[in-house]
Design a binder for this molecule. Sequence first.
Ligand code: COA
Ligand code: ZN
Length: 221
Amino acid sequence: MKAALLSRPDPNPGISDLTCLTPAESRRLARIRHGGARRQFVAARHTARALVAERLQVDPSTVRLRQRCSSCWSDEHGLPEPVDETYVSWAHASQAVVAAVDRDAVGVDIEAIAQFRDASPGLVALMCTSDEAATLPSDADERARALTRLWTLKEALIKVGETSLGAMRDCHLGLVDAGQEDGTFQHNGWDLTTVEWSGLAIAVARLPGERRHDGHQGGRL
Ligand SMILES: CC(C)(COP(=O)(O)OP(=O)(O)OC[C@H]1O[C@@H](n2cnc3c(N)ncnc32)[C@H](O)[C@@H]1OP(=O)(O)O)[C@@H](O)C(=O)NCCC(=O)NCCS
Ligand SMILES: [Zn+2]
């Protein structure tokens, strides 16, 4: 598995970033009005293409990313399809995007910890099991960190099909050691990794197996 983080995406994407878009991606981008969302859209795909290309040993400009929605079958959104048997996932937060590739199903998520500082009781009830909710730290910073870890880990699990938004409250991870900077643990056969970087929590769900060659290096996870 390899993951990469791109912080503060370039507000002016290069022409190659735009010409690498598939017709489906171009159609979707054309409907996105907000500048920040457009930047995230392009940057996420740039980062994902670079990782796929590195794994397949091809030029990134030759990689075409495709998605398929399992609800409406649109090719403009939904689960990213593997590229030549390389599985890929990406996610965006306001100031950063993250992508991951693996030889089998992989899901990645990223969120700003600050977003969970004022998490409402309703959100906590939606995303936590009752045990998780009952054991959240009382300190506001630690609570936000714990919630962001849980949210990103469960979203990563949604992306590999292990849970869903509606079933988050039944997906028990327990409180991922809030005193630890990052960690990997197992859940229902998935390897889960959670990392904090610069006010962001990043989570990856993947199947165990392949020898890891990831590590903190430059912007890489
Ligand atoms: C998958 C989901 C949890 C992503 O969370 P999010 O906070 O909105 O966005 P993130 O930045 O974390 O991730 C977005 C990426 O997840 C991936 N993704 C989208 N749907 C996915 C799915 N069903 N399975 C796995 N990955 C998916 C895409 O790569 C997407 O990138 P894009 O928006 O640039 O195309 C959320 O979009 C969701 O619940 N989708 C299901 C909703 C649905 O079924 N819609 C049907 C519309 S017809
Ligand atoms: Zn759809």
